[in-house]
Design a protein around this ligand. Structure first.
Ligand code: GDP
Length: 218
C-alpha cells in the first residue's frame, strides 16, 4: 500500500504553525486509548510511526506524516531531491483524558475545533472509536464540528476482536443510525462510512486502506 511509505513530516502545537501546503490531508481523531496509534501504525505497516501519548497534557501535538514523497534532505540516495508528497496523514491529539489540566484541555479543544472546522486542505476525517463504547461526548463534539463542513467522515470501530458476531452487527447498525442523524450546513446528510477494525487481528485493514487512499484522491 502507498500508506506504507508514510514517514514523519512535522509536529504542530499551534494553528499558526500548520504547514502551508496545497497537499490534501486526512485527519485521524479519537478518544485517548481508542486505538488510534495502533490503527495508524498498522495501516502504515510501521511499528512506531504514531505513538500513544503516555504523558497526558504534555505529549499532545498534531503530528503530520507524509505519503508518496520526501522532504529536502530526506531522500535516501540524493538529499537534493524533493519528491512530490501526495498526501498527508494528520494524527490529532487524543481527547478525553480525565487527568489533563483544565487549561491544557481548553487549549486542545480549541485547537482541534478550529483545525477540523477551518482547515481547507483537510479532505476527510477518520474517527476512531472503541467499538464497545462509541460516540462518547467528545466524539459527538467532533462530529458536530465536522459534519457542517460536508466533508466525508470514515469511522473505524476499533478493537472489534472484543465483539462477537451479533455485537459487531449491532455496533455497525448503531453507528449508521447515529451518523445518519447529522446534517451539513444545507441540512443535507453528510457523507460518512463506517467499518469494524482490529489492529490486533488485522481485520478491516484492506477496507480502511482503500478508503483512506480514495479519500486522499489516490
Ligand atoms: P490511542 O491512545 O488511541 O493511540 O490508543 P493505542 O493505539 O495506544 O491503544 C490503546 C490500547 O488499546 C493499547 O493497550 C492497545 O494495545 C489496545 N488496542 C489497540 N488496538 C486494539 C485492537 O484492535 N484490539 C485490541 N484488543 N486492543 C487494541
Amino acid at each position: 500500500s502507498l500508506l506504507w511509505q508514510a514517514r514523519f513530516f512535522t509536529t504542530v502545537n499551534h494553528l499558526r504553525d500548520l504547514p502551508k501546503t496545497q497537499i490534501p490531508e486526512i485527519a485521524f481523531a479519537g478518544r485517548s486509548n481508542a486505538g488510534k496509534s495502533s490503527a495508524i501504525n498498522i495501516l502504515c505497516n510501521q511499528k512506531k510511526l504514531a505513538f500513544a501519548s503516555k504523558t497526558p497534557g504534555r505529549t499532545q501535538h498534531i503530528n503530520y506524516f507524509s505519503i508518496g514523497g520526501a522532504h529536502v534532505g530526506q531522500h535516501r540516495k540524493d538529499p537534493t531531491i524533493v519528491e512530490e508528497i501526495r498526501g498527508l496523514l494528520v494524527d490529532l491529539p487524543g481527547y478525553g483524558y480525565a487527568e489533563v489540566p483544565g487549561e491544557a484541555k481548553t487549549h486542545w479543544n480549541a485547537l482541534l475545533g478550529a483545525y477540523i472546522q477551518t482547515r481547507e486542505q483537510l479532505t476527510a476525517l477518520v474517527l476512531i472509536m472503541d467499538a464497545r463504547r462509541p460516540f462518547t461526548e467528545l466524539d459527538v463534539q467532533m462530529l458536530e464540528w465536522f459534519a457542517p463542513t460536508g466533508k466525508p467522515v470514515h469511522c473505524l470501530l476499533t478493537k472489534a476482536d472484543k465483539l462477537n458476531r451479533t455485537e459487531s452487527t449491532n455496533a455497525l447498525r448503531l453507528a449508521r443510525t447515529v451518523l445518519n442523524s447529522y446534517v451539513d450546513e444545507q441540512g443535507k446528510p453528510f457523507p460518512f462510512s463506517v467499518q469494524l477494525f482490529s489492529a490486533l487481528k488485522r481485520s478491516g485493514l484492506e477496507e480502511a486502506d482503500d478508503k483512506i487512499l480514495s479519500l486522499l484522491g489516490m
